[in-house]
Ligand binder design. Structure first.
Ligand SMILES: NC(=O)c1ccc[n+]([C@@H]2O[C@H](COP(=O)([O-])OP(=O)(O)OC[C@H]3O[C@@H](n4cnc5c(N)ncnc54)[C@H](O)[C@@H]3O)[C@@H](O)[C@H]2O)c1
Length: 256
């Protein structure tokens, strides 16, 4: 029960890594405010997780829209009067060669994957500062560290997330608010299942091959890093990025 009674807001909580983080947090005793654009799936998962007596709230929330994020943050504040943990997880994967990528795709990706964290942090941080405690976990990606053809926008947003994490860790440490990030390698989630459909049947095998451990990761393996960063055990860790990447970044280069 490493997160007992801590109030956690998690975006993109209906599937994949966000869902695994929600499940792991519930198991560790947290109260979870799960936000997702897929309101229906989010509600189903929240109901399932609450079955054993846990407190899980489901909020329909498009992180690309300030009013939606406001509703998510206020769901936590209005009912529980605090936010101990914020996990910025929601993102979309849009591929595109920069010479061909429509401006609309670039803007959409930046709005959902990057500007969203401006919205959540802007609204949650004042409460954490007031409380004198908080842990913000931003989900980045190993793509921020590796060149990967046609993923410029996605990787650029993740790189910016690493910088923002570092900036805010320096500024808000004195209020006992910690900012860290997690950079996953290729994780078997609906996001990658979709890419397997788009890129062909050998996509999953190629993804596995680019890791030192020669397999893809599981959402649970990412979630356990989030549990640690959210917990008081990580009280002296801020401005850090944890790679949960099966050694992808230790290899000399990305294998296309
Ligand atoms: N899967 C991987 O291999 C991998 C690797 C590195 C980083 N990541 C990052 O991990 C995070 C989760 O990825 P995943 O693989 O679980 O993705 P996923 O597509 O499987 O799940 C993402 C969830 O976010 C929700 N979502 C999408 N747009 C949203 C919006 N505008 N507002 C609110 N919710 C929205 C979706 O409905 C979905 O439930 C993302 O930040 C992703 O960039 C994933």
């Amino acid at each position: 029960m490493r997160l007992k009674n801590k109030v956690a807001v998690i975006t993109g909580a209906a599937n994949g890594i966000g869902l695994a983080i929600s499940e792991a947090f519930v198991k560790e005793g947290a109260i979870v405010i799960a936000g997702d654009i897929d309101e229906k799936k989010c509600a189903i998962e929240a109901e399932r997780m609450s079955a054993g007596g846990a407190i899980v709230r489901s909020i329909g929330c498009d992180v690309g829209v300030m009013e939606n994020v406001d509703r998510l943050i206020h769901a936590a504040i209005n009912e529980f009067r605090r936010i101990d943990i914020l996990v910025n997880n929601a993102a979309v994967s849009i591929r595109g060669n920069i010479m061909e990528m429509p401006e609309g795709d670039w803007d959409k990706l930046m709005n959902i994957n990057l500007k969203s964290i401006y919205r959540t942090i802007k609204l949650a941080l004042p409460h954490m500062v007031k409380q004198g405690s908080g842990s913000v976990i931003n989900i980045a990606s190993t793509q921020a560290f590796r060149s990967w053809h046609d993923w410029t926008a996605y990787a650029g947003a993740k790189g910016a997330i690493l910088s923002i994490t570092n900036q805010l860790a320096g500024q808000f440490g004195e209020f006992n608010v910690r900012f860290n990030s997690i950079s996953p390698g290729a994780i078997l989630t609906p996001m990658n299942e979709q890419r397997a459909i788009e890129e062909g049947p050998d996509y999953l095998a190629r993804s596995a091959a680019m890791h030192a451990v020669k397999r893809m990761g599981t959402p649970h393996e990412v979630a356990m890093a989030a549990v640690f960063l959210a917990s008081d055990e990580a009280g002296f860790i801020t401005g850090e990025d944890i790679k949960v990447d099966g050694g992808l970044c230790t290899l000399p280069r990305y294998i296309e």
